[in-house]
Design a binder for this molecule. Structure first.
Ligand code: IPM
Ligand code: MG
Length: 368
């Protein structure tokens, strides 16, 4: 029996609910395929501030470093919004990303056919399908650049800085090219090279590396144009490589066009051999926390990415993804993915717990 140590950070808001759901589904995978998943629950985010006085206790980071993978729910909430920047729950996420060296954030955006009617785009656009992966740089750029307050010529001012080194661009570009090579062999690099010097360096390096990947078709889009093309022709995207900030914004847009932000998983990866972090791209949704309303599928699908990428278990990952598809095809929906046209014909509204029970049951029943 293979044994895997998973560091689990439930976090705040709906985090604990979607994590419970995912543990339930992983346990079904463990039973079916004979694996032993050992969970260690850790504090980070707002709950860690309340309990220990800091968003990311050193012991949490240490335990994560010694695990095979990290599964995270969500952090943040209005009660911590007025704290200074270095004490906010979000600081825990940034600390985990930089502390574990997780420079590449993979965010697949797929429109599941049964959810076509939850897609807010024109039906003709939705019917052409959406299947893309964002490769977002995660430990550089404006998120980690020099920032502060100072006295400017018009009085007090604040600044944040976007900086990218050749090394940082090269390693994320390689991740993009390699991923594109394993898929439809198309890479779109998103930048703002008409204005930003850091984007001009970004584009230069991408073009230089392209020589090593002649089998991959490369194009470049300015970020404003990219946000438009995502709505107009989402089927034209395969792999998208971009900076930390642009990836943050565009991946939320990509999430919405696939029906709901409650559907998008992510994997944050570093050097080979270092544990990766698997989390939904949505936040802590404090408005629905504790009400059994949250969609657990983004976290469950993040669990599938963990099985595939961290543990090398593609069959098990496929089983989870197929189970999700099966449950959606049978008409089960959490409230966020109900039909946008308002017709709920044949659809069955379920809560967080029931959705995960259905996925777990589909795994247990599924062919091995
Ligand atoms: C995300 C989130 C985070 C980010 C926040 C919560 C710090 O929006 O993972 O996309 O901006 O990276
Ligand atoms: Mg975001």
């Amino acid at each position: 029996m293979a044994r895997f140590r998973i560091a689990v950070i439930p976090g705040d808001g709906i985090g604990p609910e979607v994590i419970n759901s995912t543990r339930h589904v992983l346990d079904a995978v463990g039973q079916k395929f004979n694996h032993d998943f050992k969970y260690e629950e850790l504090l980070a985010g707002g709950i860690a501030i309340d309990t220990t006085g800091e968003p990311l206790p050193a012991s949490t980071l240490e335990t994560c470093k010694n695990s095979d993978a990290l599964l995270l729910g969500a952090v943040g909430g209005p009660q911590w919004d007025t704290l200074p920047g270095h004490m906010r729950p979000e600081k825990a996420l940034l600390g985990l990303r930089s502390g574990l060296g997780l420079y590449a954030n993979l965010r697949p955006a797929i429109l599941y056919p049964p959810l076509a009617s939850a897609c807010p785009l024109h039906p003709a656009t939705a019917s052409r399908g959406i299947d893309m992966v964002f490769v977002r740089e995660l430990t550089g750029g404006i998120y980690f650049g020099d920032r502060g307050r100072r006295e400017g010529k018009n009085g007090p001012e604040a600044y944040d800085t976007e900086t990218y080194s050749v090394m940082e661009i090269e390693r994320i570009a390689r991740m993009g090219f390699e991923l594109a090579r394993s898929r439809r062999k198309k890479l779109t690099s998103v930048d703002k090279a008409n204005i930003l010097e850091s984007s001009r360096l970004w584009r230069e390096i991408i073009i230089k590396l392209h020589a090593e990947y002649p089998d991959v078709a490369l194009d470049h889009l300015y970020v404003d144009n990219a946000s438009m093309q995502l709505i107009l022709r989402p089927d034209s995207f395969d792999v998208v490589v971009t900076s930390n900030m642009f990836g943050d914004i565009l991946s939320d847009e990509a999430a919405m066009i696939t029906g709901s932000i409650g559907m998008l998983p992510s994997a944050s990866l570093g050097q080979p051999g270092c544990p990766g972090m698997y989390e939904p791209i949505h936040g802590s949704a404090p408005d629905i926390a504790g009400q059994d309303k949250a969609n657990p599928l983004a976290t469950i699908l993040s669990g599938a990415m963990m099985l595939r990428l961290a543990f090398g278990l593609p069959t098990e990952a496929d089983a989870v993804e197929q189970a999700v598809n099966q449950v959606l095809s049978a008409g089960y929906r959490t409230v966020d993915i109900m039909d946008k046209s308002g017709s709920a014909d044949g659809l069955k509204l379920v809560g967080t717990r029931e959705m995960s029970n259905l996925v777990a049951a589909a795994i247990s029943k599924g062919a091995q």
